[in-house]
Write a protein that binds this ligand. Structure first.
Ligand code: ARG
Length: 457
């Protein structure tokens, strides 16, 4: 395709290192769409004849049909999807194929194809995340009143509801969707027409190709257009952040599924057994979601390091942009689907959660708050008094509400019978009605808001 000034061919290793067709063949649909938009514009502008444009466009459809049926041939000598397709077109329609590449370079071509691909990838991810959100909302609603221990430092801290805990992940995933949406809005500009780097002398209509390919507008600077991979990086950073959130939920499932916790039993569909230990039921899916997050972060790092320090405009390093994006997309897609399945099918052991919430002195803060509210103690003093009550209960291996009033009064005489009203875990969660708090009333409001937001999409 570019052999005019060469006498010798590439070395065997060069053929391999230079070729991107083994992976960029994934862009064939985008490449055909971009070429069809380009040639239609060339005809409209009188740069190629209407007849040639029709022949080329029909030929591209025929090539697409071949690809759909047989796959894309991995012709290493032709380097990439752009050249492989142009050759396939030439085989079909002859010399007219050579007119397609007028006023275009592979540099703006690949930038356009890849944006189209990432845009679709974002739409796929968004659909997956919407399903995960629906699963979280449904399970949260089911468990709006289910008490569990809330943790800090993985130590029992204060009772919360499982619904509240699941809605925390709803909020994270909703922000993830926002990040993907922001990236999509920013990347939806068309680089086609930037040509190799400087634009072109042909009277092209960039608005027309941008519109034909569903972009909001053309990009504004030809050098930036062929050098910019922000769109891929924004996709990867959004994917890394999302994978990170999924890995936190996955880790909680791993912990919750362990025997000492016993908060959750993952369904057979999302567990595996052991080939040697018959009793085993392992949370492999959750562990893989946790593991995949590391790989997605690796993909993001990979492209950042590729792009770092590259001078304008195109350099072949940028051909390495695609594998990490393709890999991250496969990984995050699987992680979202697996997490959704786990959330939908998990059996939450609410009796076990409640039991642990009741046994970890999780209502100690409520006791201190009672001393502030009912006996007028400064919070610091109330904290100290409560600490003594906890110590006493711990020494006797009883729960806080099992301490007799007489013993509490020995610690501080301002205690009275009404203190027992705040020591139950239900009273504790019910009282936390501050905005965003764990009270079932608030959790139900959050669920209603989340459902309304989904309804408005
Ligand atoms: N396969 C190349 C890539 O993915 C296409 C652009 C090649 N341009 C060039 N001047 N060598 O980056």
């Amino acid at each position: 395709m570019w052999g005019g000034r060469f006498e010798g061919g590439p070395s065997a290793v060069m053929r391999v290192i230079n070729a991107s067709i083994p992976f960029d063949k994934a862009l064939w649909r985008q490449d055909i769409a971009g070429s069809k938009a380009h040639v239609a514009m060339l005809a409209k502008q009188g740069i190629v004849s209407a007849e040639d444009a029709q022949t080329i466009s029909d030929g591209l459809d025929a090539v697409a049909a071949d690809y759909a049926r047989d796959g894309v041939p991995e012709l290493l000598d032709l380097e990439d999807i752009h050249m492989v397709t142009e050759r396939a077109l030439a085989d079909k329609i002859g010399p007219a194929a050579g007119r397609l590449h007028t006023a275009r370079s592979r540099n703006d071509q690949v930038a356009t194809d890849f944006r189209l691909w990432v845009r679709e990838a974002i739409d796929e991810i968004d659909a997956g995340l919407a399903a995960l959100i629906d699963a979280l909302i449904a399970r949260a609603e089911e468990h709006a009143d289910s008490v569990m221990p809330g943790f800090t430092h993985l130590q029992s801290a204060q009772p919360v509801t499982l619904g509240h805990h699941l809605m925390a992940y709803h909020d994270m995933v909703a922000r993830d969707r926002g990040r993907f949406a922001d990236a999509r809005a920013r990347m939806n500009r068309c680089p086609l027409g930037a040509a190799a780097l400087a634009g072109t002398g042909f009277p092209i209509d960039r608005e027309a190709t941008a519109a034909a390919l569903g972009f909001d507008s053309p990009t504004t600077n030809s050098l930036d257009s062929v050098s910019d991979r922000d769109f891929a990086l924004e996709y990867l950073t959004a994917a890394a952040q999302c994978a990170l959130h999924l890995s936190r939920l996955a880790e909680e499932f791993v912990i919750w599924a362990s025997q000492p916790f016993g908060f959750v039993s993952l369904s057979d569909q999302w567990s595996t057994g052991s080939s040697i230990m018959p009793q085993k039921r392992n949370p492999d899916a959750a562990e893989l979601v946790r593991g995949h997050a590391g790989r997605v972060i690796g993909c993001m790092t990979s492209l950042m390091v590729t792009m770092k320090g590259l001078p304008l405009a195109y350099s072949k390093d940028m051909q390495d942009d695609k594998p990490p994006v393709f890999e991250a997309h496969d990984l995050i897609g699987l992680a979202i689907a697996a997490m959704t399945g786990m959330v939908e099918s998990a059996t939450f052991r609410t009796d076990r959660m409640r039991g642990l919430a009741e046994s970890g002195f999780a209502t100690a803060t409520d006791l201190a708050d009672w001393l502030v509210r009912e006996a007028g103690l400064p919070f610091r003093e109330a904290h100290h008094v409560t600490g003594r009550a906890v110590k006493l209960a711990e020494d006797r291996s009883v729960r806080l509400h099992e301490l007799p009033l007489a013993d509490l009064r020995e610690i501080d005489e301002r205690f009275d019978e009404s203190v027992f009203g705040v020591l139950s875990v239900d009273a504790s969660v019910a009282s936390r009605q501050s905005l965003g708090g764990t009270s079932p009333v608030r959790v139900r409001e959050a669920i209603a808001r989340a459902r309304a937001a989904r309804g408005e999409e």
